[in-house]
Design a protein around this ligand. Sequence first.
Ligand code: PMP
Length: 362
Amino acid sequence: MTVPPRPSILSIDPYVGGESKIPGVNRIIKLSSNEGAFGPPPAAIEAIVQAAREAHRYPDGNAKALREAIGARFGLDPARIICGNGSDELITLLCTAYAGEGSEVIMSAYGFMMYDITGRASGARVLKVAEVPAPGGGMQADIDGMLAAVGPRTRIVFLTNPNNPTGTLLPNAELARLRAGLRDDILLVLDSAYAEYVTAPGYDPGEALVDAAGNTIMLRTFSKIFGLGGMRVGWGYAAPDIIDVLNRVRGPFNVAGASQAAAVAALAEPGWVEKSVAHNTEWRGKVAAALTAAGHTVWPSETNFLLIDFGSPEGAKAADAKLKARGLIVRGMGGYGLPGCLRITIGTAEECQMVIDSFAHG
Ligand code: PMP
């Protein structure tokens, strides 16, 4: 290597997303990245076309209209919101600003992979805390274990709820217990990318915790239920001092104009979330029931995907082959340390039926 990077960089494995091709198969159906089942909201497509006419202009660097639309929708103060080029960018900004050489970052073993990548890229040591069996099946973050992992160098604790890739949901009280057990100088990042899909009563995506404790940020995204993964829009809600810090490290025009416009339009699309949640709940139940009936272990999910345990890496491989034969691409979980599992996104009714049919005859 002619110009060596900082030593920690070469220990990072690049993020590998879901596959997008199956050799020899023309029509592929991608159920590997937890994208919204219905595509982009029609109003968002229109907004992107309109915004294209202004593509020679830099976008609003402060994403004012979008922050106001988010604030109005979720009842939040726009001044305490920051928008990012996907919530991925916000995770990077958090690590840049709060982690770095000599620090430690804590996440749960099956937490979202980008915490590991961006934590390490910043120079931090990333501690992955083993998970524990969830009461309803599957695995969940071990709050006691995460608290026990805290040391003098800990700067950030990442937690996704409900979690990707496991789908499991922790009760609010557990999140509050985590926050209460952390020193005030440790930032809790509560990643609620799948918040809209949750049907469990009393779920708090994080607003209440952010309001109760200053040193917490809630992350959200337009990539899932709002169907705008390709436009790259995420947002965070936190105390003003955290928003101020993130604004210091972000690029000046970090969210494209068409993306801002699309997100504003998506929020205004009538009935979009309700329709998507109803569809997701119905088909998540149907796919889970079919896979359970076929003898596989389906982890409880409050998200738009299911984690299915096929008992062994060979079992997962065989299931993957069955799906691929019908053009269905799902996500292998070897990279997450769950090689016996596959993660399947809840797609359209037709796509879900194809998943069900794949397992109908053993
Ligand atoms: N957090 C979690 C838990 C996710 O699953 C994802 C997307 N896979 C992200 C963040 C990143 O989302 P975005 O598209 O907003 O960058």
